[in-house]
Structure formats: structure tokens, C-alpha cells
Ligand binder design. Structure first.
Ligand SMILES: C[S@@+](CC[C@H](N)C(=O)[O-])C[C@H]1O[C@@H](n2cnc3c(N)ncnc32)[C@H](O)[C@@H]1O
Ligand code: SF4
Ligand code: SF4
Length: 370
């Protein structure tokens, strides 16, 4: 029954073809969800201001490679197409301490990642001291991206939002799913579209005044039911001289994703998997999951998880990020039982991936023989 529900949770249209995605289909899209770095995500519509006097709106560079860090552990909304919204990922009061964050960012930089996003399963602007975290990312020469619902009362939040962007955020995506309140609240449950518009007006004014340099994009989560409301957002973006991008949204707001108990059961079923993944020399895989090879998901306690596609469930916890070597983090994720049953199509393996795996295995072997 649960598995049948898994299949029917997410009905959507892909390039005009009806299909019933499984949770894995969901996770494929969620792999893309963080930011529109891939051509697939920019496929529908991307409008950036074009007049020479416009602020420069740029897309993420090296967009595939990023580490996603949650500074806090909560969101103000209840989107049914998000594991946070269904409370599979429950709100807590956890906040990452700034010194811990610095330790993490130092390691992220040493491992060669070009980008840090301060979101995985949270609303980042709920953290009113977010501005204190940004300079560390810049100090280590990386780009900082945020994604926000911006559905927060401007009187209480606009100042800290401006402070945060002014501290050096490179890219901000504002996730919306409608222009009119009635449409918007179908997926963004608990949200207010008038607050988003007011906040966006404030931020764009700061941008034009040169007080912030962030590339701001409206990120339109598009379903058939809300496609007609892209146009007014495009108009508003042109007027405010900010970017607009529409992406095919995953899921169906009328069929919510699993809650914590349901996801737990799903995971349990999947973890009854069979043979261990063999990473011996003769058996270097030909493919690798991009969510392992190119990204790391870290929660507000500093723990690294298997990937950003699924909630931070204890069975998907890999270890404390700063206590794990890069090699061990890679191997533990590559060997994780859950991946054995995951249908998400991996990407082709590169020479660099192979070198990383071999090095990690050699170092592990040398440590066990000491
Ligand atoms: C889980 S949210 C956390 C950040 C922030 N709360 C937000 O909504 O932008 C991370 C990313 O998931 C994207 N996202 C959320 N629901 C989605 C959906 N149904 N389809 C595609 N992307 C989605 C958001 O646009 C956001 O960039
Ligand atoms: S606003 Fe973002 S984090 Fe919050 S429930 Fe919606 S998608 Fe999830
Ligand atoms: S890391 Fe594993 S579970 Fe996550 S998307 Fe990749 S293969 Fe699936």
C-alpha cells in the first residue's frame, strides 16, 4: 500500500507525457532542485535584464559543484512537495555556531568546492544573523548562494535580508509558485505573495542603489495549474531589473510527499537490500551519482548526510563533517545500502572520480593495516 502510494504521490507531466513518478523520480528532480545550474532547469524560461544600465544578473558558475549547509533547522511554510513542508524533516531550534561554521567552510574550501549554498531543507532568512556567516565563505574564495521563499513579514525581516545580501551573497533565488495569493498558496502553504512582492521591491531598490551586488532571480516552480501566472512575474522582474527563471516543478501539491513515519517505513523497506557495493580495483563503477560525487549536504549540527534528495533521517547520516576525511565521506556514501535500491540515473564516471575513489580506498587500506 505504502509503495503504491509512493508511486502515486507524484503525478506530473514530463515533456507532454503523463507518467507516475516514484520517489526516485522525485529525487532526480530534487537533485536539480537546489539551484538552476543545469540546462534542464533553465529549459523553460530564463529572462535576465538586458539593458546596459541594468544590474548584472548572473547564473551560478560551476553550478554542479556545491556544498549545501543548513545554518538553522526550520521553515515557516508547509509546502506539500517538500520534505520539510510535510515534516518528514521536522522543525527544530538548532542553530549552527559561527566557529563551527568556519571550521566546516575551511574544510569545504580545502576539498575544492567552488560554491556554498546556505540551504538544504530550511528557510535561510529565518536566521536573522545570517549576515555573520557570509564573510567566511567569501574569505575562502567561494561563491555563496541562497534560495528563499521570501514569504516573511517585511517589517520584521527586510533589514536582516538586506544586511545578509550586502555581506556578499552572490546569488539569491526566490522560490514562487503563483502570482495571485489563491494560486501561490496551493503549494506554498502558509505563505503570503504580497510579502514576497514587497520584499522583492525592497531588495531590488537596494540593488539599483548599489548597496547590494547579489544576482536576484525569481525562481518560478511551474506546474500546469500555475503556468498562466508566470507572465505577471516576468513583467515585474523586468520592471525591477531582476532575473526570472521557470523550472518544471516536481511532485503534485495535491498528493503530499511522505511525512516522517511514512518516509521511515519506505527507508526500512529499501534498506533490506542485498549485496554490498564492491569498490575493488576491478570493480570501479562506470557511473556515479552526482549527489555524491559533486555535492555534500550538511545539517545545522554539522552532520553530513547521504544526499540532498532525501530528508536528514538518522539512517542516512554519514558522520560529523569535520571529523570525516574527504576520502571516508566519499566511500561511506558510495557504499551506502540505500543507494543500492535507488533508481536515480547516475552520471558517467570521470577520470577524476576514479582517481578520488582509488585514493580513498588506498588510504583506508593503509589505515587498517597500521
Ligand atoms: C527545500 S528548498 C529550501 C530553500 C527555501 N526554503 C526555498 O523554498 O527556496 C530548496 C530548493 O528546493 C526548490 N523546490 C522546492 N519545492 C520544489 C518543487 N516542488 N519543485 C522543484 N523545486 C522545488 C526551491 O525552489 C529551492 O530552491
Ligand atoms: S519554503 Fe522551501 S523549505 Fe519551506 S517547505 Fe517550502 S520548499 Fe520546503
Ligand atoms: S546518493 Fe544514493 S540515495 Fe541519494 S540520489 Fe544518489 S543514489 Fe540515490
Amino acid at each position: 500500500m505504502l509503495f503504491r502510494r509512493m508511486r502515486t504521490w507524484l503525478r506530473t507531466k514530463a515533456q507532454g507525457t503523463e507518467f507516475e513518478p516514484t520517489l526516485e523520480h522525485y529525487a532526480i528532480s530534487v537533485g536539480e532542485r537546489a539551484l538552476p545550474s543545469s540546462p534542464r532547469s533553465v529549459a523553460i524560461d530564463a529572462v535576465a535584464p538586458s539593458e546596459p544600465s541594468d544590474p548584472i544578473i548572473r547564473s551560478p558558475s560551476n553550478g554542479t559543484l556545491h556544498v549545501d549547509i543548513d545554518i538553522i533547522d526550520k521553515c515557516n511554510l508547509r509546502c506539500p512537495t517538500c520534505f520539510r513542508g510535510t515534516a518528514a524533516q521536522k522543525n527544530t531550534s538548532a542553530v549552527m555556531a559561527v566557529p563551527k561554521f568556519r571550521e566546516i567552510v575551511k574544510k569545504v574550501a580545502a576539498e575544492g568546492y567552488p560554491n556554498v549554498t546556505l540551504i538544504n531543507w530550511t528557510e535561510p532568512f529565518l536566521c536573522k544573523t545570517l549576515d555573520q556567516y557570509i564573510p567566511t565563505i567569501k574569505e575562502y574564495g567561494m561563491d555563496c548562494w541562497l534560495s528563499s521563499n521570501l514569504s516573511l513579514p517585511p517589517k520584521q525581516y527586510a533589514d536582516s535580508m538586506v544586511r545578509t545580501l550586502a555581506a556578499g551573497v552572490d546569488i539569491l533565488f526566490v522560490s514562487v509558485s503563483g502570482f495571485a495569493q489563491e494560486t501561490y498558496q496551493i503549494n506554498h502553504v502558509g505563505g503570503r505573495s504580497d510579502w514576497i512582492k514587497e520584499n522583492v521591491e525592497i531588495l531590488s531598490r537596494e540593488l539599483r542603489a548599489g548597496r547590494i551586488k547579489t544576482s536576484i532571480w525569481i525562481r518560478y516552480l511551474e506546474w500546469p495549474y500555475n503556468a498562466h501566472e508566470k507572465a505577471p512575474w516576468i513583467e515585474l522582474c523586468k520592471r525591477l531589473k531582476i532575473g526570472f527563471i521557470a523550472i518544471p516543478a516536481y511532485g503534485d501539491p495535491k498528493t503530499p510527499l511522505p511525512n516522517a513515519a511514512e518516509f521511515g517505513k519506505y527507508l526500512e523497506g529499501k534498506l533490506f537490500a542485498t549485496a554490498k557495493i564492491d569498490l575493488t580495483d576491478e570493480n570501479i563503477p562506470k557511473k556515479i551519482c552526482t549527489l555524491i560525487a559533486d555535492r555534500v549536504a550538511i545539517d545545522a549540527k554539522g552532520d553530513a548526510y547521504l544526499c540532498c534528495a532525501f530528508p536528514n533521517e538518522s539512517r542516512l547520516r554519514i558522520g560529523h563533517y569535520t571529523e570525516l576525511s574527504e576520502d571516508e565521506l566519499l566511500l561511506r556514501r558510495l557504499e551506502h545500502d540505500f543507494c543500492k535500491t535507488c533508481a536515480i540515473p547516475p552520471r558517467d564516471i570521470t577520470d577524476k572520480d576514479i582517481a578520488r575513489i582509488k585514493r580513498a580506498r588506498e588510504r583506508r587500506a593503509s589505515q587498517t593495516t597500521l
